[in-house]
Ligand binder design. Structure first.
Ligand code: NAP
Length: 230
């Protein structure tokens, strides 16, 4: 595939590495090359099969709008824009493009979310639930998109309406640690996912772009990760 990667930061540069290992052609546009979405003009996207975005919460929505308007498929890893989800879903449907996003592209986190879904039954048996997340000091949003997704997953699976408290820590170079704790008067249940590197995100994002090829519609990675090619 011909991929255009937006963002050559910590995750974007790994996405480029993984995509090249999987024999895709990769062009990269950082903040300077993509000023006012310059890299997303229809003429620039002529040969591009999919755009992958790992940029910032401030720039991602304009990038998404430009891609959809140009009729290009898009994979979005950037977090911190989910207030706009419904509007973007409608835009994708209007323009009949392919769009796939995730708060977390790691397969491991998605297995963790399945475990959390099963454990959510504890809330109906007198347990309280809490979420703790730790990330590096450079992270721009808090709570993390993954913690927000984890909270929603547990709440929906339990059928309870009360939100779980999320506590965020920013320290050192922690890649991403998420803990879900259920507590009763008698015991505690801990579920924990600890990312050792960003490579799991990058692999998931590239495999997602492969999966999205020739598809139209609006997808969440959590609903499709089981179908990905190895
Ligand atoms: N979904 C997932 O699995 C997952 C995993 C990891 C991270 N993330 C999310 O992905 C995003 C990026 O994370 P990161 O750790 O890679 O951040 P980062 O290291 O700060 O990188 C962000 C990059 O975006 C570039 N950028 C800013 N505005 C841009 C624009 N308009 N067009 C193109 N590039 C632009 C910046 O370029 P310059 O350096 O040139 O300014 C920077 O290199 C965050 O929202 C993070 O939460 C998601």
């Amino acid at each position: 595939m011909n991929l255009l990667l937006l963002g050559r930061g910590k995750t974007g540069s790994l996405v480029a590495e993984v995509a090249r290992e999987r024999r895709h052609h990769v062009a990269i546009a950082g903040a300077r090359e993509n000023l006012a979405c310059a890299a997303l003009a229809p003429a620039e996207l002529f040969d591009v099969n999919a755009v992958i975005d790992f940029t910032t919460p401030q720039s991602v929505v304009a990038n998404i709008e430009a891609c959809i308007q140009a009729g290009k498929s898009m994979v979005v890893g950037t977090t911190g824009w989910y207030g706009e989800l419904d509007r973007i879903r409608e835009l994708v449907q209007q323009h009949n493009t392919g769009f796939l996003y995730a708060a977390n592209f790691s397969v491991g986190i998605n297995v963790f979310l399945d475990a959390a879904r099963a454990a959510a039954v504890a809330l109906s048996h007198g347990y309280s639930g809490q979420i703790f997340e730790r990330h590096h000091v450079h992270k721009k949003d808090a709570p993390s998109g993954t913690a927000i997704a984890l909270e929603r997953t547990v709440r929906e699976a339990s059928g309870q309406s009360r939100a779980l408290e999320i506590t965020s820590f920013r320290e050192g170079e922690v890649v991403g640690l998420h803990e879900l704790v259920f507590e009763s008067a008698d015991d505690r249940i801990y579920l924990c996912h600890d990312a050792k590197s960003r490579r799991g995100f990058a692999e998931g994002a590239v495999r997602a772009a492969e999966w999205l090829q020739a598809k139209k519609g609006f997808y969440d990675f959590k609903d499709v990760w089981r179908e990905l090619e190895k």
